[in-house]
Write a protein that binds this ligand. Structure first.
Ligand code: GDP
Ligand code: K
Ligand code: MG
Length: 293
């Protein structure tokens, strides 16, 4: 029996549904999802294993024009997604109007690797709108396989999955067959907490936050976790904590629920807040948080 394996990289503008799709394909919530742009900061691998194939998906941050150093690192993750792909998934959504980054778009059109173009969020569009968009994207990216999907409702996701398998090259597995991702447990803790912060706080706050898990101790019946929420300024610290600690308490409660589900175990989560001045523009800090080599 032949074995197929390869890297399938998902790219596209912010908020089109890349992380939702990867989670649907992998069947686990590896990537956090919110309605805000720049929810995904890293490149995250999600691996699907079977006897005769291994698909290594990678979710990436949305394509943006970098305004500060953290965002530059985020775009390096997107660039690297072009380099090792065996199949490229370019995701757009029905309501999307213009191409925000011509350079990336030209790379897709001129790509030598197979491109699957996914038109997402058809659950909230009319038939006419969808048909018009299919025609538009077919002419814009003639070298691609076009599918309409709803990542949220998992419509057509399986069809796309089998197309991916068809396009994969013959190769032995790259990772052990029981591996689901390349990121350690602490990464998922940090991301889950960051998702709750993105959901709860307004404006600049979520973008100024980084989460670091200082301790992760797993026993037979419970996982004890201690994480620090890092902000850039004192005023932000107060906002994160909220009146009598009410805001941070809610973050903790919501994150703990998700983590218990993710690890399938009881979780004790201890959160605190620390000021780490201008970490987003500091090389050493960006390396420490895994945004740079
Ligand atoms: P990303 O920034 O490209 O990773 O997008 P996300 O996966 O974080 O999704 C952005 C927003 O779009 C979230 O609120 C999702 O729930 C929503 N979303 C994703 N896929 C769909 C879809 O198929 N239909 C609808 N209606 N919403 C979706
Ligand atoms: K998002
Ligand atoms: Mg995302």
């Amino acid at each position: 029996m032949t074995h197929k394996a390869g890297f399938v990289n998902i790219i596209g503008n912010p908020n089109v549904g890349k992380s939702t799709l990867m989670n649907a394909l992998v069947g686990e919530k590896l990537s956090i999802i919110t309605s805000k742009a720049q929810t995904t900061r890293h490149r995250i691998l999600g691996i699907v294993n079977d006897d005769d194939y291994q698909v290594i998906f990678s979710d990436t941050p949305g394509i943006i024009k970098p305004a500060y150093e953290l965002q530059e690192s985020m775009m390096d993750f997107v660039k690297s997604a072009f380099e090792d792909a065996d199949v490229l998934i370019y995701m757009v959504e029905v309501g999307e109007k213009e191409l925000k980054n011509e350079a990336f778009f030209n790379k897709i059109i001129n790509s030598k690797i197979p491109v699957i173009l996914l038109l997402n969020k058809i659950d909230k569009s009319s038939q006419e709108q969808v048909e018009e968009k299919i025609a538009y994207w077919r002419s814009k990216v003639p070298n691609s396989f076009v599918y309409v999907i709803s990542a949220l409702e998992k419509f057509n996701v399986e069809t796309v999955f089998y197309k991916i398998i068809e396009l994969l090259p013959e190769a032995p597995p790259f990772y052990p067959k029981d591996q689901l991702t390349d990121k350690p447990e602490r990464f998922f803790v940090n991301e889950t907490i960051r998702e709750k912060i993105l959901q709860q706080y307004k404006k600049e706050i979520p973008y100024s936050v980084e989460v670091e898990t200082e301790s992760f101790v797993e026993n037979d019946d419970i996982i004890k976790i201690r994480s620090v929420i890092m902000v850039e300024r004192d005023t932000q610290k107060g906002i994160i904590i909220g009146h009598k600690g009410s805001a941070i308490k809610r973050v903790g409660t919501d994150a703990r629920k998700d983590l218990q589900h993710f690890f399938d175990k009881k979780v004790y989560l201890d959160l605190y807040v620390k000021v780490n001045k201008n970490w987003r523009s500091n090389d050493r800090q960006l390396r420490r948080f895994g945004y740079k080599d």
